[in-house]
Design a protein around this ligand. Structure first.
Ligand SMILES: Nc1ncnc2c1ncn2[C@@H]1O[C@H](COP(=O)(O)OP(=O)(O)OP(=O)(O)O)[C@@H](O)[C@H]1O
Ligand SMILES: [Mg+2]
Length: 399
């Protein structure tokens, strides 16, 4: 029985040649339309080949534009050259979304360089270890801090890592910070800002034509011939172009579209698959967005979703479902829920801040009601089905 099921799975037709190549984690050898950026990064890092300290670099631009892929590819290539020309260059990559404090960045960097059993040591000790790692053979260590905006004590981290250059007898430390948060730079101390942004680079969005070309290249290596219709590729490119040229989004659409085609036993990905994929991918994005919200905002969102769930059975005098709530009422429910969950109740002023943040993420919309008997009030509406939101949050709150 089991053999038969395995055989059936193996025999199953698939539109994919190698679905790993469609994954956003895969970095293709060629990254078209980024030649200019590639050249600039090489020029910035090249001094390391002759033992000089490269300038620190800050790269920013919207999501899915190749910032991570290109930086990693250039640094890898640089290391190859370093080997060839006997230069002592080394690099370490940290995704700060996961390692989001100075301490965690240090631990991760040292772990990656083979240092084990580091827990329990103070940051200063970890820093000393990193220094002696660089000093031991006078290497240039390029530290890539991806999603650098996520580091909570970022000013301290930048200060610490760049101060090392004054303390090192041999070798250097250089930073490459990457972020898709345009406002991040403005939040830095002036000193950290001028240190990190010694050199700066912005990744501009790709246009629909460029996205199409990039996708064609990926489809060729990831899908069987003729397994994606031209019209489906055009549709994906158009959708991604309207999302600021986000290539990751377009790859996710293709991946999901391919899976849908496979599940349905179809031998070509068509517009229909892509349209369904779009709904699924968008849901995934929203759900992961909720997952990463700070706790207080989550609780506010949870309150609104709870009200929305109740509202399904709640009709106004005209028989319409109530889907909009007055902020004062939401706040009242919020205070009750936070007590119920044993969480600190934040003031109404903070509550209004959280509403603003939630609106920025696109999870809710707010409007001001016209002046009525009670003056103007803020009206809140969920921008996403309540049951989906509650599903994610139920896990969070263990309901
Ligand atoms: N010019 C390109 N050619 C081919 N593939 C590309 C190109 N630019 C980006 N990609 C692909 O798009 C995906 C997303 O790129 P990447 O992860 O580098 O985005 P990012 O700018 O770092 O986004 P984020 O800010 O969200 O981290 C990757 O799979 C990458 O290989
Ligand atoms: Mg990235």
């Amino acid at each position: 029985m089991m053999d038969k099921l395995f055989e059936q799975e193996i025999q199953k037709q698939s539109v994919f040649l190698d679905s790993n190549k469609i994954s956003p984690h895969y970095i293709p050898n060629e990254l078209p339309y980024r030649e200019k950026e590639l050249k600039s990064i090489i020029q910035i890092l090249a001094p390391a080949l002759s033992g000089k300290k490269p300038g620190n670099l800050f790269i920013y631009g919207k999501t899915g534009l190749g910032k991570t892929a290109i930086s990693r590819q250039v640094v890898e290539k640089l290391l190859e050259y370093a080997k060839k020309y006997n230069s002592k260059i080394d690099s370490v990559y940290t995704n700060c979304h996961i390692h989001n404090t100075q301490y965690r960045v240090l631990i991760n960097s040292l772990n990656k360089k083979g240092f084990k059993d580091l827990t329990g040591y103070a940051s200063s000790h970890l820093y000393e270890k990193l220094l002696s790692y660089v000093d031991s053979d006078g290497k240039t260590l390029i530290i890539i801090l991806d999603e650098i905006d996520k580091v909570k004590d970022i000013n301290e981290l930048i200060y610490l890592l760049t101060r090392s250059n004054d303390e090192l007898e041999k070798g250097h430390v250089s930073l490459i910070g990457i972020s898709n948060n345009v406002m991040f730079k403005e939040k830095l101390d002036p000193r950290s800002k001028s240190t990190l942004c010694e050199k700066e680079m912005v990744f501009a969005p790709y246009n629909a034509k460029q996205i199409q070309e990039i996708l064609n290249q990926r489809v060729k290596i990831g899908f069987k011939e003729n397994s994606v219709s031209d019209s489906a590729i055009n549709l994906v490119a158009a959708l991604a172009a309207s999302e600021n040229g986000d290539i990751r989004y377009s790859l996710n659409l293709l991946l999901k579209g391919g899976e849908l085609a496979d599940n349905a036993g179809d031998n070509q990905v068509t517009d229909e698959h892509i349209n369904t994929a779009r709904k699924i991918v968008e849901e995934d994005i929203v759900l992961s967005l909720i997952d990463t919200l700070p706790e207080y905002q989550q609780l506010v969102l949870f309150t609104i979703a709870k009200l929305a769930e109740l509202g399904e059975n709640n009709k106004n005098l005209l028989g319409e479902t109530i889907d909009t709530w007055i902020s004062g009422e939401v706040y009242k429910h919020y205070t009750e829920l936070s007590k119920q969950f044993g969480k600190e109740t934040r003031s109404a002023r903070w509550f209004r801040e959280y509403l603003k943040d939630l609106e920025m993420t696109g999870l809710i919309t707010t409007t001001m009601s016209g002046a009525g008997q009670r003056g103007t009030t803020q009206l809140i509406k969920l921008a996403f089905p309540a049951d989906k939101i509650l599903n994610v949050m139920k896990k969070q709150y263990d309901l």
